[in-house]
Design a protein around this ligand. Structure first.
Ligand code: FMN
Length: 370
């Protein structure tokens, strides 16, 4: 059986320094796919044509019940894009990225052009972020009872701001409100059978065959569909145990909200890049992070969240941040499943695309099986 954890063992030593631009971009995709996504749905697809990479939303991995507007899908793709760009910078190349390059193609989220080899040493701060990409995991355990210093939080906020997003640290008065919203959102989602069925599909142990989802939580499809408490799969304190509301509040050293200045796909892609940078900065600072996003997925709650927190804009993610925790490895789809070398098809007619791709995939495929 395919080892879907292999993705985490990516080694920069395997970068094809003497390879083609397409091979270099393909190698950087190995870092892009380590980004987080809701239910580990990995809703991205990469298509390469020479020195150009196209990032698409993979509609096969959409979540119509919890994410009917593809907002969280856009965030995940933005996070993957950030990793890709960091990798390109780390290996010493310039790049130019265009977000939403073709309004006629809804699913086309970004176009990244690999530039020339840069002279001189890479940016040290960005390089530090790059190095922790394969080390970052969402926390599924309890946080240590230890305060996160203000200057460390300020670095996380700066990380979000540098990508055009914001990170609001909830003051004590807002913590109860946020936890209350999580409880309310859990109740609303749990009472929706479509929500339960969708979630059940992503935790089904048979996801082990496709390299996505969260098959290792030990939950069966039937259990989740019938369960009145599907929050089981979405809030953690100790060793994959579900947390009570009170535990959530007590065991969240920091509760923060990540958002964008405005709505729309462009802003969501920026928020996704900001999220990734925050998560990597957290990893560099020795912090663990878990998402707690239920209130952002229930429209009536998301709308009022801006009245409840002292920050204007669009809220996208609720994050619990602290020391300690328990990182858990999640699988990643095979590279062949998320990447093609048929990028020319993006700009040509469907017929031309069907007439044959570049054939490059066959040639470089071996490169990924190290
Ligand atoms: C937009 C978004 C929303 C998420 N919401 C939740 C959530 O509500 N609860 C949770 O436990 N994890 C949440 N996650 C984390 C994913 O479950 C996690 O990224 C995925 O399982 C892959 O694991 P990894 O982050 O360790 O690579 C979210 C991630 C993203 C990008």
């Amino acid at each position: 059986m395919m080892d879907f954890m292999e993705a985490w063992r990516v080694s920069e030593k395997d970068f094809p320094h003497n390879g083609s631009a397409a091979e270099k971009l393909a190698f950087c995709v190995r870092y892009a796919v380590l980004a987080p996504s809701v239910y580990n749905s990995q809703p991205w697809h990469f298509s390469i044509d020479g020195n150009i990479l196209y990032l698409f939303a993979d509609r096969r991995h959409a979540l119509p019940v919890i994410d009917p507007d593809d907002r969280e899908q856009n965030i995940a793709c933005g996070a993957a894009l950030y990793n890709l760009r960091l990798a390109i910078a780390h290996f010493g190349y310039d790049e130019t990225t265009e977000l939403l390059p073709d309004p006629a193609q809804d699913s086309l989220l970004a176009k990244v052009k690999l530039g020339n080899k840069r002279e001189g040493a890479p940016d040290e701060a960005l390089d530090t972020l790059f190095r922790v990409i394969p080390k970052r995991h969402s926390n599924k355990g309890a946080f240590a009872d230890k305060t996160v210093p203000e200057d460390v939080l300020a670095k996380l906020q700066a990380a979000a701001a540098s990508e055009g997003a914001w990170l609001h640290i909830c003051p004590p008065a807002e913590r109860k409100v946020i936890v209350g919203m999580v409880a309310e959102a859990d109740r609303i989602q749990a009472s929706n059978k479509h929500f339960r069925r969708e979630l059940a599909g992503w935790v089904d142990p048979r996801r082990n065959l496709s390299g996505d989802g969260m098959p290792n939580l030990g939950l069966s499809y039937n259990e989740v569909v019938k369960s009145l408490n599907p929050s089981l799969a979405r809030r953690f304190t100790v060793d994959n145990q579900t947390a009570t509301d009170e535990q959530l509040e007590l065991n969240s050293p920091v509760l923060a909200v990540l958002g964008s200045k405005a709505g729309g796909v462009l802003e969501r892609l920026r928020a996704g890049q900001g999220l990734m940078r925050v998560l990597l900065q957290a990893e560099v600072s020795g912090l663990a992070v878990s998402a707690l996003n239920q209130p952002c997925e229930v429209p009536e709650l998301r709308l009022v969240m801006h009245d409840e927190i002292s920050h204007q804009g669009r809220a996208h993610m609720i994050l619990r941040i602290g020391y300690g925790g328990k990182p858990v490895y999640t699988p990643r789809r095979a590279l062949e499943d998320v990447l093609d070398f048929d990028g020319k098809a993006v700009t040509k007619t469907k017929k031309a695309a069907n007439d044959g791709g570049s054939g490059l995939f066959g040639r470089v495929k071996g490169l990924f099986r190290k």
